[in-house]
Design a protein. Structure first.
Length: 201
């Protein structure tokens, strides 16, 4: 599917994008869940070997996601909409965020922040503050800055600002869009409520 798009005009249909996004989310989610269970156990013998295998699979999958999404972004640079550009940039930021969570010793945290900066700029230009893509970018952005880069102030400030903007625009949405937006807003609020800057404790 993706290879075909890159060989052609670099544009995927809405249905193709939905399937691609859901497939990647499921694969990455399953591997990350397996990794979390494995690293909680003793890292020796067969368990250590299997942990390394899962880490390798996750690294390969995320590397492929980054390569293909970069290709889609570049191949369709003159054809894709502002919404699609924001989404592809979001995918790149999210892929680097997932790598940073598993391989914290690398530079993926900085790369995630850089891609999500671009995604946020595109979303602010092309999307309403209640759009699921805009809110998803914000969610990944604040997680990157809080969990990976340890920039607690920036994470909290952006999260509160995005939450307040979206809340003020909710009454303009239909029921389906309202449900999608509030689901992500609940996640953002839960993080803001749970997080505490260590220096303040």
């Amino acid at each position: 599917m993706v290879r075909r798009a890159l060989a052609g005009e670099g544009v995927l249909t809405e249905e193709e994008l939905r399937h691609l996004r859901q497939s990647w989310q499921a694969q990455v989610g399953n591997l990350r869940a397996a990794h979390a269970v494995l690293v909680a156990g003793p890292q020796d013998g067969a368990l250590a070997a299997y942990t390394a295998e899962v880490r390798s699979e996750l690294d390969l999958l995320l590397g492929e996601l980054i390569e293909l999404t970069t290709g889609l972004l570049n191949a369709g640079s003159f054809a894709i909409s502002g919404e699609r550009r924001a989404e592809y940039l979001w995918w790149l930021g999210n892929a680097h965020l997932e790598r940073a969570r598993v391989f914290p010793e690398g530079t993926d945290g900085q790369k995630a922040a850089a891609w999500l900066d671009q995604a946020l700029a595109a979303a602010e230009q092309w999307l309403p503050t209640t759009h699921p893509i805009w809110l998803g970018i914000v969610l990944n952005y604040i997680v990157t800055h809080y969990e990976i880069l340890k920039d607690f102030k920036k994470a909290a400030e952006l999260g509160r600002e995005a939450f307040d903007k979206a809340i003020s625009d909710l009454d303009q949405l239909d029921e389906a869009s309202y449900d999608l937006a509030t689901a992500v807003l609940r996640q953002i609020k839960a993080l803001l409520d749970a997080w505490r800057e260590p220096s303040a404790s």
